[in-house]
Design a protein around this ligand. Structure first.
Ligand SMILES: Nc1ncnc2c1ncn2[C@@H]1O[C@H](COP(=O)(O)OP(=O)(O)OP(=O)(O)O)[C@@H](O)[C@H]1O
Length: 590
C-alpha cells in the first residue's frame, strides 16, 4: 500500500482505498469498480471509521520526500532542469476533418497533481516575451509556466485563434493575458497612433467578480508597461460613472461583463468606434459565454469588433456543443489546445469528491454537522457552500448564521459594493464559510479553499466541475461534497466518469436537530417565502423534475417543511403565471 493509503472494508463488500491526511479524507474507488457500479451502488465508506484510523495514526499521510521536494520547488523562481517538452498536451487544427495530434506524448504524471506538476518545466525567462512583461511576471512571483501557459503562449504569439481547455486553477488567466499584452506591446508606433484611444484587447467574463479579478491580474502583468492600461466595466455600478471614466482615461485593455458592455455599445457615445480597434478578443469561461444565456449579447459584441481580430476562448470545460459552435467566434484554422490528457478526469485527482443523499428535512442538520466536523478538523477552514438560487443562498446563509457559524453571503441580489466587499474579505480570510449562488462558481480564485459543498442539483455537469474547482487550485488538496435529495440523485449519472464516491449521511444527534429547529424559527418569514418561490422556479425549469407538475407541488411542500413551515407560503398570482404554474392545483396564491 502506498504511503498514506489505508484499505477499508467498504459497505457492500467493495474494497475502497482511502488516502488520508489530518484534514483531508480522500476516497478512491478503483476505476474498474467505478465503471462497473452505478453511481448509486458505488462503494459506501463510513467516514467515522477512517477518521478513527487516522487519529490512531495508522493512516497518517506519510510525507513523500519526492513530493515535498517538488512542492518546495514550486515557490522557487528557477526550479529544476529545463527540458522544454510539453507533457500530455493535445493540439488540434480547428479546421473540420483536420484533427491533428501534434504533441501527444503521454506521461504518467498527473497534469494537475498535488506534486506541483500543474507547472511545466519551462520558465518564463526562456520564452519569447518582452523584458518589461518578464519583470511583471517575476514580480507576480511566477517562475515556471503552468502547463496551459506553456502550451498556448507560442501559438497565440504566432497570431492563431485558440480554443484552450485546462483544469480549474491552473493559470488560464495569465495564459491569455500575457501573450495578448505582448501582441499589443508589439504594435508599431504608427499603428498605435492610428488606434489612439481605441480598445485593443477586450476580455469578456461571465461575472463581475471574475472581471475584477482578471483586471487585477492584468495590472500585475502591466506593471512595467508604461503605455498600456486596463479598465473594467461591469453591471451593478452606475453607468454614468463608468462613462465618465471611459472618457477621462481611455485604456487599451478593457475587461467587461456582456450585459454592461452591450449597454455601452448602445448608449455611450464613441464607444462602438473604440471597439473597432480590437486586436485581440478573449472569451474567458467561453462555454458559459456561448451558451444561450449570453449568446445574443456576445454575438452583438463580436459583430462590433473587427473580423480580422485574434480570438481566444478559454475554459476548464469545453462540451461538444461548444466545439460545434466555436467557429462563430474564431477563424477556421483555430487551434484547439487541450491540456487535459485523454482518459484523465476533468476534475483534480487531489480533490476528494463525495456525494451524500438525504431527504430535504434532514439537510440543514446534516450541513451543520458536516461543517462542525470540518471546522473541528481544520482550524484554517475555508468553505464555500453553493446553493441553487440567490434567494435559497440567502436563506441558507441566514440559517447557518443563526447557528453562530462565521458566515458570508454572496449572490446576485446583493449590491455590487456588498459583493465586492465580501469577495475581497473571503479572499484574504481563513476560518470562514461563504454561502454563494453561482456568481462564485466559475473563475474566481480564492486561495486555500478547504471544502466546497454543493447543496441541491447543480445547473449541469460543467457547473459541478467549475464549482468544485474553487478548491484544489494550483495543485493544492481539497474536498468536495454534493448533497442531494433522493429525487435529485439522477444527476449522478452526469458525473459518473468523475471520482465521486458515496458518503453515508451522518446520523445527526437530537441536539443538533434542536439547534437547527431553533435557528429556522428565528429566520424571518419573508426569507422563507422568497426562498420557496425561487426554489420552485429553479426546479420547475429543471427538465427532469419540472416535467411533472403535481410532483413539483409535493416536492415544494417538502422544501417548505425543511424550512420549518407547516404550510407552504402563498405565491403571488403573477409569479405563478410567469412560472407557468397558475393552473397547477396545489399551489396557494395571493
Ligand atoms: N506560472 C504560475 N506560477 C504560479 N502561480 C500561477 C502561475 N500562473 C498563474 N498562477 C496563479 O494560479 C492561480 C490560478 O490561476 P487562474 O485563476 O488563472 O486559474 P484558471 O485556470 O483560470 O482557473 P478557473 O478554471 O477556475 O478559471 C492564481 O492565483 C494565479 O495567480
Amino acid at each position: 500500500m502506498a504511503g498514506g493509503d489505508i484499505l477499508l472494508r467498504a459497505h457492500g463488500g467493495l474494497p475502497v482505498l482511502a488516502r488520508a491526511s489530518p484534514c483531508l479524507l480522500r476516497l478512491r474507488v478503483p476505476a474498474g469498480v467505478r465503471r462497473a457500479a452505478s453511481p448509486l451502488a458505488a462503494a459506501k465508506v463510513d467516514i467515522a471509521d477512517v477518521v478513527s484510523q487516522l487519529r490512531s495514526g495508522s493512516a497518517r499521510g506519510a510525507a513523500d520526500p519526492k513530493r515535498q521536494r517538488r512542492v518546495a520547488e514550486d515557490g522557487l523562481a528557477f526550479p529544476r532542469a529545463v527540458t522544454g517538452r510539453r507533457r500530455g498536451v493535445r493540439e488540434e487544427e480547428g479546421e473540420e476533418g483536420k484533427a491533428l495530434e501534434l504533441d501527444a506524448e503521454k506521461s504518467g504524471a498527473d497534469a494537475g497533481g498535488v506534486d506541483g506538476s500543474y507547472l511545466s518545466e519551462t520558465r518564463f525567462d526562456q520564452c519569447d516575451i518582452s523584458p518589461v512583461s518578464l519583470k511583471g511576471v517575476k514580480d507576480a512571483g511566477y517562475g515556471r509556466m503552468t502547463q496551459v501557459q506553456e502550451a498556448t503562449l507560442p501559438v497565440i504569439l504566432q497570431g492563431k485563434d485558440v480554443l484552450a481547455k485546462a483544469k480549474t486553477g491552473t493559470g488560464k488567466t495569465v495564459a491569455f493575458l500575457l501573450p495578448a499584452i505582448e501582441v499589443l506591446s508589439e504594435l508599431s508606433s504608427s499603428q498605435r497612433s492610428q488606434l489612439r484611444s481605441s480598445i485593443n484587447l477586450l476580455v469578456m467574463c461571465p461575472t463581475r467578480e471574475l472581471a475584477n479579478q482578471v483586471a487585477v491580474e492584468a495590472k500585475k502583468l502591466l506593471k512595467y508597461h508604461r503605455s498600456l492600461g486596463v479598465q473594467v466595466v461591469i453591471g451593478g455600478t452606475r453607468i454614468t460613472q463608468e462613462q465618465r471614466n471611459l472618457q477621462a482615461n481611455p485604456c487599451q485593455i478593457l475587461v467587461a461583463t456582456p450585459g454592461r458592455l452591450k449597454d455601452h455599445l448602445e448608449n455611450t457615445p464613441g464607444f462602438s468606434t473604440r471597439l473597432k480597434g480590437v486586436k485581440v478578443l478573449v472569451l474567458d469561461e467561453a462555454d458559459r459565454l456561448l451558451d444561450m444565456g449570453f449568446r445574443r449579447d456576445i454575438e452583438k459584441i463580436m459583430a462590433a469588433t473587427p473580423k480580422d481580430r485574434q480570438t481566444l476562448l478559454f475554459s476548464a470545460t469545453v462540451p461538444e456543443e461548444v466545439r460545434q459552435i466555436c467557429h462563430v467566434a474564431m477563424k477556421k484554422d483555430y487551434k484547439f489546445i487541450n491540456t487535459v490528457k485523454e482518459g484523465d478526469e476533468e476534475t483534480h485527482s487531489q480533490v476528494s469528491q463525495a456525494y451524500m443523499v438525504a431527504p430535504l428535512d434532514l439537510q440543514f442538520s446534516i450541513l451543520y454537522d458536516v461543517l462542525k466536523k470540518h471546522i473541528a478538523e481544520d482550524a484554517d477552514y475555508k468553505v464555500i457552500i453553493f446553493c441553487t438560487t440567490a434567494m435559497v443562498t440567502k436563506l441558507v446563509a441566514e440559517v447557518l448564521s443563526q447557528l453562530k457559524l462565521n458566515i458570508r453571503e454572496i449572490h446576485s441580489r446583493k449590491s455590487q459594493s456588498a459583493r465586492t466587499k465580501v469577495s475581497d474579505e473571503f479572499r484574504r480570510s481563513k476560518g470562514v464559510i461563504l454561502v454563494s449562488s453561482d456568481v462564485s462558481a466559475r473563475g474566481v480564485d480564492y486561495p486555500d479553499v478547504t471544502l466546497v459543498i454543493q447543496v441541491g442539483i447543480p445547473a449541469g455537469r460543467e457547473q459541478y466541475i467549475h464549482r468544485i474547482g474553487r478548491t484544489g487550485r494550483k495543485g493544492k488538496e481539497g474536498q468536495g461534497l454534493l448533497l442531494l435529495a433522493p429525487w435529485e440523485s439522477h444527476f449522478l449519472t452526469s458525473v459518473k466518469d468523475l471520482s465521486v464516491s458515496e458518503a453515508v449521511a451522518p446520523s445527526v444527534d437530537s441536539s443538533i436537530q434542536t439547534e437547527v429547529k431553533g435557528a429556522l424559527r428565528r429566520v424571518e418569514m419573508k426569507s422563507k417565502e422568497s426562498a420557496y418561490q425561487a426554489w420552485l422556479g429553479y426546479y420547475n425549469s429543471n427538465k427532469t423534475i419540472g416535467g411533472n407538475k403535481s410532483r413539483l407541488v409535493s416536492l415544494g411542500e417538502e422544501f417548505s417543511r425543511s424550512m420549518g413551515l407547516a404550510v407552504p407560503p402563498a405565491i403571488p398570482k403573477l409569479i405563478l403565471r410567469k412560472m407557468g404554474l397558475s393552473k397547477v392545483p396545489g399551489f396557494r396564491s395571493t
